[in-house]
Design a protein around this ligand. Sequence first.
Ligand code: PFF
Length: 442
Amino acid sequence: MAVERSIAKRANWSSGFAFIMATLGCAVGLGNIWRFPYVMGQNGGALFLLMYILLTIFICSIPLLCELLLGKQMRRGVIRSYEKINKKFGIFGWLCFITSIFIPCFYFVVGGWTVNYIWIYLTNNVPAGNQAEYFASFAAEPIVPLVMGIIFLLLCAAFPFRGVNKGIEQANNIIMPLFIVMLVFLAGTGLFLDNSIEGLKFMFAPDFSKFTFRTVLTALGQALFTLSVGMGCLVTYGSYLKKDSDIIKSSGLLILGNTIIAILAGIMIFPAVFSFNLEPSAGAGLVFITLPKVFAALPFGNIFGLMFFVLLFFAALTSGISLLEVSIAAILEKFKISRKLATVIMSSIILIFMLPTTWSFGPISNYKIFNMTFFEIMDFTASNILLPLNTLILCIVVGWILKPKMELLTNNVKFYNSFMFLLKFVVPPVLILLMLFGLNLV
Ligand code: PFF
């Protein structure tokens, strides 16, 4: 009974600010701080940025709006929202549900690494020697990275466990403003380093030779991942919106905020990397290997290091909370169980899958399928197949079947018509292309 009532009386965000902080917390994550700067660096700097912005506005904003619209209209998690359109469409919700298990399985492992780095900076145990060696031997250990990953998982689960307002909303209301202040401070400090101009050039000066068709698709994939589109996160967060909320304004703020934060992350990282003559295109190792070298060379480097990893942890935590909330909200409604039980069930399932992803760097690194470790398989399947596929299904269902009424979105006819045109005829083929690219077929 209590469960039934809690579903009928759905939680609402207590203010527009709370909703923006929650969606920003969901979008801003490892994708902005760890991935965006180096992908941008590897793909032609300013040109990549321009492509990314255009694709975000004309392509990604469309499914982003669809997710919020679906959640706001149905007021249910992702499985029940699809089922409300048509009982048979529940399967599409389940696909999002599966994605919401796949992503945490690798995302939370990296989250665990951030916990480890906070710990070593806090306890003054930063390795003095070779950072790459330290990182490789830490990640290959069977126990420590797992314990760190579990700590990260428990911290993420603690907030949905407490509920939407008391848990998720409060966490984002406190963490996100703090995160922004820290990011602006660190980015500002980076600009005072010698040679910082080289870092800015690397980011912003266009390099046409690096620009190919693949760059466009890379920018699109990055934009979808970083805006958290394609898994039902925004359906779930949108379902806690009040009836009269303006989702177009919120989407605009979300896109703007997320892009500014990604650029600031680059400004925080590259001037520092260039000041110390380090390799900027180090890829995934940039954050855990290259940056500790920078901190080791800086005055008060340990304090900067600690701040940076707390910042990275905050970004991962607020995204982790949203990743968990998708599956928790979905099974809570579907099976009419309590929020607390749903949190325990989902955390346990994710924990089981985290074992092989964590050990992909050590004990089982030789076990490969299609030449990929378990960690790489989860990342590849989620980012290259499931996210674009779910987004494609979402666009087709909303554009061709649900056909949202104009009043639900806007009172501007031109805007509505352009939105429907992009949704029905432009975004789906672009997403198909992205999937083919992800599968190495184009
Ligand atoms: N947007 C997050 C990031 O950039 O790190 C990752 C993410 C969260 C992806 C939630 C998808 C999602 F549904």
